[in-house]
Ligand binder design. Structure first.
Ligand SMILES: C[S@@+](CC[C@H](N)C(=O)[O-])C[C@H]1O[C@@H](n2cnc3c(N)ncnc32)[C@H](O)[C@@H]1O
Length: 207
């Protein structure tokens, strides 16, 4: 099958409402990611800021900003129709169309959340380095979920089925990439409602 840019494919998905199916499908793992974020947020002296990278229709941004200790939440995504949908649902929210890895943020965040985005990049290892250097405050965390990785065998046919390039790494390769990017306190676990399909990795910026 012909390969298309991921942002074009997800633009089309938003136009036909498939973003809502993703929201339902990803909710189980994302709830664990948010639980982790909200627990870490208790350690911070002040309210926290957060960004959701590859935010789709912005549903996680809205969960973040509704937390009592959150004072700023933002979402970015490279698919025009995803951002338009986010803005329609939440006109007061902070959503913008940005394409990675090119986009460089003008501020840093206490938490960077990202679900099912990173492996669409050709060089996710370098994106982790950029997240560490340019996106995350000292003592802040990145919390990232992915379903496409070597040990999740059923995910290995997705690039062909969906018609998009994906970077396939093993769990150990992902962990090495997080270490090489500079993260400390790296934690990982697998989860999922019906199987352990989502690999969640969290790491802290300590220096
Ligand atoms: C599988 S969807 C996940 C969306 C959302 N995180 C969720 O869980 O519902 C992946 C998202 O990443 C975005 N994306 C993929 N590659 C991107 C890139 N290079 N720059 C910006 N966004 C990108 C897509 O547009 C899409 O909305």
């Amino acid at each position: 099958m012909e390969r298309r840019p991921a942002t074009d494919i997800f633009h089309d998905w938003a136009l036909v409402g498939k973003d809502e199916g993703m929201e339902k499908g990803h909710a189980f793992a994302v709830n664990e990611m948010l639980d982790f974020i909200f627990k870490q947020a208790q350690e911070l002296p002040d309210k926290f800021s957060a960004i959701d990278v590859g935010c789709g229709n912005g549903w996680v941004v809205r969960l973040l900003k509704n937390h009592f200790a959150c004072d700023y939440a933002e979402g970015i995504d490279g698919a025009t129709a995803m951002i338009e949908k986010a803005e329609t649902i939440d006109p007061e929210g902070n959503y913008s169309k940005r394409t990675l890895p090119e986009f460089e943020p003008s501020r840093k965040y206490d938490f960077l959340h990202s679900m099912e985005f990173l492996y669409y990049l050709n060089d996710p290892q370098n994106m982790l380095k950029l997240f560490f250097d340019q996106w995350i405050n000292l003592r802040g965390w990145a919390v990232i979920g992915i379903d496409h990785y070597l040990e999740n065998e059923e995910s290995l046919t997705w690039p062909e089925h969906v018609g998009v390039n994906m970077t396939t790494l093993s769990i150990n390769q992902w962990l090495e990439a997080w270490r090489n990017a500079g993260f400390s306190n790296i934690k990982h676990w697998r989860t999922g409602k019906d199987s352990s399909e989502t690999l969640i990795i969290a790491g802290q910026k300590l220096a």
